[in-house]
Design a protein around this ligand. Structure first.
Ligand code: MSP
Length: 512
């Protein structure tokens, strides 16, 4: 990694690998890829990581239940994530695995550093431990049945000696940091949630687990009977990836870091992590982008027993990668939860087929039939034609003129649909299939076809971050596929005389 070539460092959470990857994991990793491609089109170098979190009690229990050797189990499970992400067209630069020795070494160096500063103390502790969260719980965290509200299981009473990292001395610093950096945690709703968590004094964070209970973890460098708490280990992935402590370019890259996470892991990311970094003398991440949850159609939670789980691999087989990517970005409500089902995904697919796919096929066939397969002349474009092209080009130029954010990518999806609607309305109103038959209308016919093709070219370019394969097909069909996609929306750039290619439909009919 060369620092000069990296203007953005984007990360996703690293996922627990005790189960199979699901739509939520696929979403965050697709979102990161969309942001990467968006920034690359703006001319920025991006380093993008995603991966798997391979320690802790939950993973340990899955290994024990599998009967496999730990390494074998972890590699098999991690590969399920990696292979799905590759299939989804996710162009990660590095796939994190916390079981790698390079990562573990840096976790130990950091633990030693903080220990040597006198910030870690050993004491005996009695508490209620939720295995699902891998966290001690306060009574006030539990529901009316005394269960963890997220895992619906009663935490176990545990009494043991452990090491603790004091958080309270940093609380005021963190409050001030959040207040003085209003766009640090986006959307602002979640910054307020974090401020809410900081109203009460912070309890010491238990950063160790005795090996007698948890053997799958990074050993404490100062006490071999313990491994470190999974979150202390997992959060460090964001800087161990950059070879923290051994990389002279670390600060430059880290200064442009962006964490994508869902609302479920706000506390470790926005409270523990900045405090850990502060204790190390490292500045916080530049931005957090926090999204809501995908839930089933009708607002019910997805569950196997309800049969409403959306399996990303199955959706890909049914509808292809791009329809899934587009749906996820187009339908996530900012700052809230969003619904998904196979039926809703099919609707999204049909929308793309009608809006973009049919338009492209109709106009290309017209060019093939009546224009010898070549882009016609733009000489006779009238004010309406020019206004449509300029409007679409201007809209995309404005969007790509902004920095990536959750708002920007959802605005991009929306603007693609709107542009498609506008071109369809224009095409229907100008009836080029009627003009084609009348030699006296030849110039007008050519102008309408040119306008439509040029709009499609601009739409195809703008689609690249969301639907890279479709974008390539559109540009290739117009004979102008670029080697790498750039956010250059200069209008009227489709050269007259370019040979078009009528390929397969972008979104062929699907079986119901
Ligand atoms: N291993 C920790 C993260 C450590 S990061 C230093 C973990 N893993 S997880 O497998 O539970 O993944 C949580 C993340 O998966 C969420 O923050 C989000 O990115 C994604 N999602 C999981 N379920 C989701 C939905 N239903 N909807 C949207 N995203 C979801 O927490």
């Amino acid at each position: 990694m060369e620092k000069a070539s990296i203007q953005k460092y984007i990360t996703t959470p690293i996922y627990y690998l005790n189960g199979l990857p699901h739509i939520g994991h696929a979403y965050t990793s697709i979102l990161g890829d969309v942001m990467k491609k968006f920034e690359q089109m703006r001319g920025n170098g991006v380093y993008y990581t995603t991966g798997t979190d391979e320690h802790g009690q939950k993973n340990q229990h899955s290994i024990e239940a599998s009967g496999l050797a730990a390494d074998e189990f972890l590699t098999r499970q991690s590969d399920n994530f990696r292979n799905l992400f590759v299939e989804l067209g996710i162009d990660f630069d590095y796939f994190v695995r916390t079981s790698r020795p390079e990562h573990k070494k840096i976790v130990q160096e950091i633990l030693q550093n903080i220990y040597d500063k006198g910030l870690i103390v050993k004491k005996s502790y009695e508490g209620l431990y939720c295995e699902g969260c891998e966290q001690f719980k306060k009574k006030s965290d539990l529901d009316e049945n005394g269960c963890c509200p997220d895992h619906k299981a009663a935490p176990k009473a545990i009494s043991e000696e452990n090491y603790f990292f004091r958080l309270e001395p940093y609380r005021q610093w963190l409050i001030d940091y959040i207040k003085s950096h209003p766009d640090w945690i986006q959307p602002a709703k979640y910054a307020n949630e974090v401020l809410g968590m900081l109203k009460e004094p912070l309890e010491d964070l238990c950063i160790s687990r005795p090996k007698s209970r948890v053997w799958l973890g990074v050993e404490l460098p100062f006490d071999h009977d313990y491994v470190t708490y999974i979150w202390f280990d997992a959060l460090v992935n964001y800087i161990s990836t950059l070879n923290y402590g051994h990389n002279p370019d670390f600060e430059t890259v880290w200064a442009h870091s962006h964490h994508l996470i869902a609302k479920d892991i706000l506390k470790p990311h926005c409270i523990y992590w900045p405090i850990m970094l502060h204790a190390l003398g490292v500045v916080p991440v530049e931005h957090y982008f926090i999204h809501g949850y995908w839930i089933g159609e009708g607002g019910v939670k997805m569950s196997k027993s309800l049969g409403n789980v959306v399996d990303p691999a199955e959706v890909v087989r049914l509808l292809g990668v791009d329809a899934l990517r587009f749906y996820l970005i187009n339908n996530m409500t900012l700052g809230g939860d969003s619904q998904i089902s196979v039926a809703m995904l099919k609707q999204g697919y049909k929308m793309l087929a009608n809006n973009i796919g049919n338009l492209q096929m109709r106009v290309l066939k017209m060019v093939q039939k009546s224009l010898e397969g070549k882009v016609p002349s733009p000489a006779a474009l009238n004010e309406e034609d020019k206004a449509l092209v300029n409007d679409i080009a201007g809209r995309f130029e404005r969007i790509f003129g902004q920095e990536m954010s959750l708002e920007t990518v959802s605005e991009l999806a929306e603007s693609i649909v709107k542009a498609g609607d506008a071109v369809n309305a224009y095409f229907a109103a100008n009836t080029p299939w009627v003009l084609a038959k009348n030699p006296a209308e030849r110039a007008r016919f050519e102008a309408v076809v040119y306008t439509t093709l040029e709009c499609l070219r601009l739409i195809g370019l703008a689609m690249y971050p969301l639907t890279p394969a479709t974008a390539r097909k559109i540009e290739a069909s117009l004979g102008v596929e670029p080697e790498s996609f750039k956010a250059d929306f200069k209008p009227f750039a489709l050269p007259e005389g370019t040979e078009i290619k009528v390929g397969d439909p972008l979104f062929p009919m699907i079986e119901e």
